[in-house]
Design a protein around this ligand. Structure first.
Ligand SMILES: Nc1ncnc2c1ncn2[C@@H]1O[C@H](COP(=O)(O)OP(=O)(O)OP(=O)(O)O)[C@@H](O)[C@H]1O
Ligand SMILES: [Mg+2]
Length: 506
């Protein structure tokens, strides 16, 4: 099937979000839909997916004009939309999730569980997926959840699949798994629209690209004719720098030290120290334990053994308020699940940390907070309406900036940033990197947790690589490279000979 969007317009109030956008897709083709945060990508796909009405324009399937009044109407026509916040129910087995909303029933009216399980198994076989249909969704990692959604689209005979930032919270091997699945879909003649801010992925998996800027289509073409630098430039409208931002700089005194911190099965015997003004990277693959480790440092989990030492004194952290009070800040990994409070407005989300700094005689100074927030909005180039609008009215990347903004005004001693640039466009990523550098210049000890080796290399002066809950090695200095990081992350060791010379200690 081929789909064509022609002259689509869409406004939210006075905010004209899509201006005369046209886009087409053939069966068996993967097209990247690119653009800065707030450019209108999700909105365009919400129109194709029947989630939002368009103001003007046409949707044509195989040349026939169609109107989709609901997501199910769009799905009925063969268009499956995989939203970033996946629509699976954790407490049901895979096969029931595959039939959500269209459960198979027996004549008696009871659910036909056997038949649902059988059909699920059949799709998995066809797609080459080795999952047991009876597994509970809760027990699947993020990539398998994606794969269940893709299989569900396949089972419903979708001809077009829309994937809105499917890889944002996935690790490298998980991404590979999703890519394999996309190739299988492609070979079955399915057309895929792939939204991502990771341009390397676009080069790997996409055939064509289209770029939106401020709601208008500014470029399109074949991926083989471009490189990531050019795509970045098309998205933001100017060159994007790519050089390393590492600074030589003196590190200050030690702020945080961990001694043999252990919480089985997640991590064991972790000893490390972070200094004022330092940007320490911590990286690794799925199951490395870095997020669990730093959740513990933030007081969200209790360690079984070991010490947390802040400014030379051992501290006990019975909960996150204690960590905050001690001066430890934390930006959580998964914005959609942990970072935002969906019922609150933008400003409330940006100021939810009741930080001692703003408390004057026991109450929080809202005026000071509001001023700080206004300056962050400018600094981070957050695209928003009023600060009292709901947080969910922002595009994904702008939500991430709001969540980050609250930590920037808080001025902690140690700031832990887990996956700080998730879903953030290439230009804004640079803004966030600049902010991280600025925080370090202000003598904050910054810990950046990331699965992107490129990110670690660009912003950190030193990085620890974890493997299965232990520190496998350390890389530092100007010779840090992806190869060494991957080697450590997969359980390898670096040559002793490389030590010193390259500033690498494995
Ligand atoms: N339901 C809504 N109500 C009001 N404004 C909205 C709504 N949904 C989106 N917008 C606005 O429309 C614009 C485009 O948002 P959209 O979500 O399409 O961006 P995007 O390209 O997907 O960005 P990102 O990469 O950050 O996900 C933004 O300015 C956003 O604030
Ligand atoms: Mg979006």
């Amino acid at each position: 099937m081929n789909v064509e969007l022609r002259g689509i317009h869409k406004a939210f109030g006075s905010n004209q979000v899509l201006k005369d956008v046209s886009l087409s897709l053939q069966g068996g083709e993967v097209c990247a839909l690119l653009g800065e945060n707030g450019a209108g990508k999700s909105t365009l796909m919400n129109i194709l997916g029947g989630v939002l009405p368009k103001d003007q324009g046409k949707i044509l399937l195989d040349g026939q004009e169609r109107e989709f009044e609901s997501p199910s109407a769009s799905l009925e026509a063969g268009i499956a939309f995989i939203h970033q916040e996946l629509n699976l129910i954790n407490d049901l087995p895979i096969y029931e999730n595959m039939f959500l909303g269209r459960e198979l029933k027996k004549k008696s009216g009871l659910l036909d569980l056997e038949e649902m399980e059988r059909q699920t198994a059949a799709v998995f076989t066809k797609m080459g997926v080795s999952l047991n249909p009876r597994t509970m969704v809760r027990d699947l990692d993020a990539s398998y959840k994606q794969i269940v959604e893709i299989s569900r689209a396949m089972m419903m005979n979708a001809s077009i699949i829309i994937m809105d930032e499917p890889t944002t919270s996935l690790t490298d091997p998980e991404i590979q798994r999703v890519f394999e699945m996309m190739k299988t879909m492609k070979s079955h003649g399915v057309g895929i629209i792939f939204i991502s801010h990771k341009l390397g992925e676009v080069m790997t998996i996409c055939d064509r690209y289209a770029v939106l800027r401020d709601g208008a289509k500014v470029a399109e073409g074949e991926v083989k004719d471009v490189d990531t630098d050019l795509l970045a430039k098309l998205m933001v409208g100017h060159d994007v720098r790519t050089e390393s931002l590492q600074r030589e700089g003196e590190k200050g005194e030690e702020v945080l030290r961990l001694e043999n911190l252990t919480r089985e099965p997640h991590f064991r015997n972790i000893s490390l120290s972070v200094h004022r003004g330092e940007i320490l990277g911590v990286t690794g693959l799925l199951g490395d334990g870095r997020s669990e480790l730093f959740l513990t440092v933030f007081g969200a989990e209790k360690p079984a053994a070991g010490k947390i030492i802040l400014e030379g004194k051992e501290i006990q952290l019975p909960g996150t308020p204690h960590a905050l009070k001690s001066g430890i800040g934390y930006l959580p990994r998964n914005r959609k699940e942990n970072g935002i409070i969906k019922d609150m407005d933008i400003f409330e989300n940006a100021s939810i940390v009741t930080w001692p700094k703003f408390a004057r005689r026991g109450f929080i100074d809202r005026t000071v907070q509001a001023e700080k927030f206004a300056s962050q909005v400018k600094k981070l180039n957050i695209r928003m309406g009023k600060k009292t609008d709901p947080i969910l009215s922002l595009s994904g990347g702008n939500q991430q900036k709001v969540v980050l903004a609250k930590w920037l005004t808080a001025n902690p001693k140690v700031l832990i940033l887990d996956n700080p640039t998730q879903g953030v466009d290439v230009g804004a990523k640079e803004d966030i990197y600049d902010i991280i550098l600025k925080l370090a210049e202000e003598n904050i000890a910054v810990v950046v947790l990331s699965s992107e080796a490129q990110e670690i290399i660009r912003v950190c002066s030193r990085a620890l690589v974890m493997y299965h809950g232990a520190i496998q090695g350390e890389v530092s200095g100007p010779t840090m490279n992806e190869h060494d990081i991957m080697k450590l992350a997969t359980g390898g060791r670096l040559n002793i000979a490389q030590k010193g010379e390259n500033g690498i200690h494995g």
